[in-house]
Ligand binder design. Sequence first.
Ligand code: SIN
Ligand code: MN
Length: 286
Amino acid sequence: MPDFREAAIPGHKAAYDQYGWCELPCRFTDKAVGLLRERVNAISRERRPEVVLEKNSDVVRGLHGCHVFDDVCAALVRHPRLVALAEELVGGQVYVYQFKVNLKQAHEGAEWPWHQDYAFWGEEDGMPRPDAVNVAIPLDDVHEGNGPLVAIPGSHRLGLLDLPAQAAARSDWQRHVSADLAYTVSEQRAEELARRLGRVTFTARAGAVHAFHPSIVHSSSGNTSPDRRALLLITYNAIDNAPANPTRPEFLVSRETTPLVARADDRLEVESHLPPQAAQAMGSRS
Ligand code: SIN
Ligand code: MN
């Protein structure tokens, strides 16, 4: 089994290319996370198309496109560390393709079956290539019990799996944001891959920053714990990789493809989460 721990080494594009994920050596401060949480909680109380509920329930499952209407979320997507990470991993200028917060409420948040994001973006939106990256920031501490994201390292290099059987069925966008996903990788296929390639579980302190590839096979289980698990996800896409004629709602596929300009915001500070010596050796940036 490969040793994919090196994907946690910062700025390691080669490891990201090989394993399909990496982690920044810093986290957003408690103050920054607190502010993001406040905004997320306030938006969750609104009833608008961007707020998606769990099936047959009034429990909020996810929030979409908040960077368009909330100033803190707008500042977050322009954060210099995040833009630099996305540009490094995608290999050029980027824009925000998608922004969401998957809330996975205590005891009630439902699972995300095994899937590859690029199946949705390629099939439904016509994204030309998987030249995009997901940046994931938990707004709550993530542990084994509240439904952490689990990914199969290296699976992004296998292309889209199990797609031919499902591609004919163009689907309603609700099946792109619910536990009843339109494009999945079968349990059997995923388990067989995980036995061969291993699996990485993104348990993390709130404010941590992981990046993962659009084609990596990933899933997460339902939340069986008393702790909410809010996971904020920003998908940055290469500016020359915008779909030509997307039809899904704008809060799932941004039509604004102007390159992002990084801008620091005092409200969103990051701090190193490495031991001081390691941080020093790497040079501390913020
Ligand atoms: C999750 O929120 O656990 C799943 C996120 C995703 O599939 O992108
Ligand atoms: Mn996904």
